[in-house]
Write a protein that binds this ligand. Sequence first.
Ligand code: ADP
Ligand code: MG
Ligand code: ZN
Length: 629
Amino acid sequence: MNHNQGPQGPRPPKYPQPKNNGNSFMYVLIFALILTVSYYVFNPGGQPGTTTTEKEIPISEMVREYQDGAYSSVEVKNGRVYAVTKNNETLLAFRPEGESITELGLNDPENRTPVTVVSTEQAAFWMSILSNWLPVILFIALIIFMAKQLGKGANNAFSFGKSKARVYSKNGKNKTTFKDVAGMDEAKEELVEVVDFLKHPKKYTKIGAKIPRGVMLVGAPGTGKTLLARAVAGEANVPFFSISGSEFVEMFVGVGASRVRDLFQKAKHNAPCIIFIDEIDAVGRQRGFGMGGGHDEREQTLNQILTEMDGFEKDTNVIVVAATNRPDVLDAALMRPGRFDRRVIIDMPNLIEREEILKVHVRNKPMDKSVNFKKIAQKTPGFSGADLENLLNEAAILAAKHNRQKIKAEDVDNSIEKVGLGPERKSRRLSEEEKKITAYHEVGHALVGKLLPNCDPVEKVSIIPRGMALGVTWFLPEEDKHLKSVSKFKDEMCSLIGGHAAEKMFFGEVTTGASSDLKRATAIARHMVMDYGMSELGPVIYGEQGGSSFMGAELGSKPNYSEAVASKIDQAVSKIVHEAQDRTNKILTANKALLEKIAEELLKKEVLTKKEFDAFFKKNKPAARSKKA
Ligand code: ADP
Ligand code: MG
Ligand code: ZN
């Protein structure tokens, strides 16, 4: 065919479709349709095979010339008669409706010119059927096809009610076991017990112990809750249905509840088994709160979970394990006995656990001998398991970048800084003036921190821009701390204010560089007053949260104190901050020369390590420490 195919060919699918063959069928259909339609558009009233190159003459003339023997051949195609002249010109004439070629005199046995009749009446009949009906047929096929697709969609809508729980098989290839989970001994123990319940229920029921219905894993993000649950699946050797809380809630109302029903039904059929609901806070939030639509749906889903858990027969060997990092927002009903009556707290890993986690994740990474896991663990307080995994991955990438065969200690160190402080931005050029201000600012932090007893040791001072900051002073605790005292808060505020104070002392004015420090210092003061009872206002907690959180922000929470108290709080906060400022200024004034010396060194080197920084304090006896610590 030599026609344009119309403006559009088949388009790539805009949305992912699970099945491809049905799809391609539709495209073939649409393509065919476009071809046919364009055919008729470009060729109105014409019939297949028409081209515009032939010269059209009246049929009577053609018959006459045929009889004169002017043609080398004649071809009859339905209503069209083509004649090829002796000099190879094609002529076209239209046969009048209903007149046969014999009647026209084109089928003269006396004539030598060969006459071929391409289409018989029957072919013409089919041709007309085809040409008249093809578009219609295609349309109908398309409609049927689309209806089918719609039907499928409708089916999908129905299957929404089915739970999407993934079932972990007993002998999957990449089975997670407790070996993959470092530390968390208490949590593991608790879950081993749960697995034992499932395997030997008689042992427990015999002496009247009730099998727990639900176990709630509570812990910060990245602490390994999901990992632990997967390990349970790997160890338990019972079917393990895993679903995420958010998967219950979809666009359609009522889906969540029916999914829950379906999930529990499946579980009961497969008992003994474990149901794992990850991120249960997506559905398990306190009922009666929430903004916008959708929370009714969540409520229904939650209610269904509660109903199902209540509905277990005494001897149903199904245990529901759930995980959340927001236990505070969970509905109280979830925690009632008979539901998630067991809570397993998963803490941030401590020093030893961090070391173990690191060892788990270096299994497939060749490490240089220089790498000391204990040291890494010491440098990574507050890192979760996921952070540590990420850290080692960064180190591996760094090592590969430098074409090393093994990961070296420096790769890990660089990654710690990158993960902890943000990536270095060497390309960000500071002017000499900015550099100088930054150096004095950072040394202000470091010096105050060093001279106050409750601040963490200074690990590094740098004026290489990192992330958003122009410079960094990195304090690193020697051990994990779980409790913070008033004096620690106060000292930390001083070292935060140190940057601001140093700028003011040496340059007479402050820059915007200190704003986030001051924000943090103020926040500490406010927490001391409002949350920890660490001020003159006494041991009263102000501002209980009463609202629900929506996209991270607390909305609708009303302060539980009066306007009068509010102004007292502000005064107390301001007083604490100003006290800290006074202390800071005293320390800096007393050590002005030392500060200048360190800052000039920092300007030269851009980075001072712990060793280099500490060296200043051996040579130069710093002025007396602030008495009030
Ligand atoms: P959560 O579900 O608590 O947010 P994950 O279970 O998804 O955290 O953990 C994320 C990753 O962190 C895990 O895949 C694992 O590689 C790593 N991880 C966390 N905790 C540990 C641990 N105790 N031992 C080994 N790896 C851990
Ligand atoms: Mg998780
Ligand atoms: Zn600062």
